[in-house]
Design a protein around this ligand. Structure first.
Ligand SMILES: *Cc1c(COP(=O)(O)O)cnc(C)c1O
Length: 404
């Protein structure tokens, strides 16, 4: 069970006002808010043991290295990776995806096929298009259906011997759809294709088990699960990480360097060139501890309640249409009212202290599918309340009155 009053005490930002009104933060799918323990971790790092890692013999460097590597273990345990060195710390989901896309340019040949889903964030589309331009590989798309789910029957006809890689998000950031990734992974593996799952939107709600999923790559960003921006993770199966060339050259990623020949460091350092976001990595570990202390089952149950309540209340508004209506979705409500532009609704809500996202949510192909310029997106977290939903629904009603 979630004691939401107690949880809200953990988030200092929830006490602030916007335009004189209490903040109602419903833009959690873009970034989550930060609990005090994570803020404390950041302050503690810069106040007490700020130092570069993996090189110094001095005490501060060793303390920072220990904490950073402890965070890696926390991430490993959270995702149930078999080995700690299969967790690469990156600057975020976008960085993780680009790392794999760049690595595959060494493994793909002309006319190989790679498969993307119609529900992707631009960061899981554009790097693959760039990869196709470089290699001559062909990008195939799993189409979507009216309710915001993937046309999984179509997927079964698209995968074949030429398929080398399939990538799909676990949860769509624009619609909240939870995708059948188990089925997607199993089918791809029948043809020995690798699968990358973009977990940026799933990880705030679901605790994935990468071994049970048998997924080849799983990526996420700390800032969507109560951690800081500028840090994220890439899980890769050892055999794949060994096969891929390093992404960037530099310090930290080498074993020996001479002008004749450089040899690369082992995993995970091969993929971690340069000084990383040390403080961010450590705070990522704290965020994972915090989320687990709240409990992912509790989070999912409570957010489902918010989703159900918010959906019911919004649907009472005449002319309001929700995009993404699958039974298995996270607490995201993407909607429009009549012909009103989403931006206009968002701007009025802001004046009322309510933060929502408007636009295409970095998923333009989905908007093209529905033939709309964008949506208003309200996304709930476990620190939101039904009272906030009431304030929001009244705000939408007011905006609609003003704009129609
Ligand atoms: C947020 C998001 C991304 C991008 O994450 P960054 O932290 O901006 O790199 C990618 N995919 C999905 C599904 C997302 O929700």
């Amino acid at each position: 069970m979630i004691n939401v009053d107690k949880i809200r005490e953990d988030f200092p930002i929830l006490k602030r006002t916007v335009h004189g009104k209490p903040l109602v933060y419903f833009d959690n799918a873009a970034t989550s808010q930060t609990p005090q323990v994570v803020i404390d971790t950041i302050v503690d790092y810069y106040s007490n043991y700020n130092a570069n890692i993996h090189r110094g013999v001095h005490t501060l460097s060793q303390e920072a290295t220990d904490k950073y590597e402890e965070a890696r273990v926390k991430i490993q345990q959270h995702f149930n990776a078999k080995n700690t060195y299969e967790i690469i710390l990156t600057s975020g989901t976008t960085h993780s995806i680009n790392m794999i896309a760049s690595g595959f340019s060494a493994l793909l040949e002309k006319d190989d096929e790679i498969i993307v889903s119609a529900l992707e964030h631009h960061s899981n589309i554009v790097p693959w298009q760039m990869l196709c331009e470089k290699t001559g590989a062909i990008l195939k798309v799993i189409p979507m259906l009216e309710d915001g789910s993937l046309d999984i029957e179509a997927y079964h006809t698209i995968v074949n011997q030429k398929t080398k890689l399939v990538f799909c998000n676990h949860v769509s950031n624009a619609l909240g759809t939870v995708n059948p990734i188990e089925e997607i992974i199993a089918k791809a593996h029948q043809f020995n294709a690798a699968v990358l799952i973009d977990g940026a939107q799933a990880t705030p709600h679901i605790k994935p088990d990468v071994q049970a999923l048998d997924v080849d790559f799983y990526v996420a960003s700390a800032h969507k699960l109560c951690g800081p921006t500028g840090v994220g993770m890439l899980y890769g199966k050892e055999e794949w990480l060994e096969k891929l060339p390093p992404y960037q050259g530099g310090g930290e990623m080498i074993a020996t360097v001479s002008f004749e020949k450089t040899t690369y460091a082992g995993l995970p350092h091969k993929f971690e060139a340069g000084t990383p976001n040390i403080c961010g990595g450590i705070a990522f570990g704290t965020a994972i501890d915090y989320m687990n202390s709240v409990g992912f089952k509790n989070i999912a149950n409570y957010e489902d309640e918010l989703l159900k309540y918010g959906t019911e209340q919004l649907l009472k508004i005449e002319g309001l249409k929700i995009y993404g209506n699958t039974s298995n979705k996270t607490a995201v409500i993407s909607f429009n009212v009549k012909e009103i532009h989403p931006y206009d609704i968002g701007a009025i809500l802001d004046k009322l202290g309510i933060a929502v996202r408007t636009g295409h949510h970095c998923a333009q192909p989905i908007m093209d599918f529905y033939k709309i310029p964008g949506t208003v997106r309200a996304s709930f977290s476990f620190y939101n309340t039904k009272e906030e939903i009431d304030v929001f629904v009244n705000g939408v009603k007011r905006a609609v009155r003003m704009l129609s």
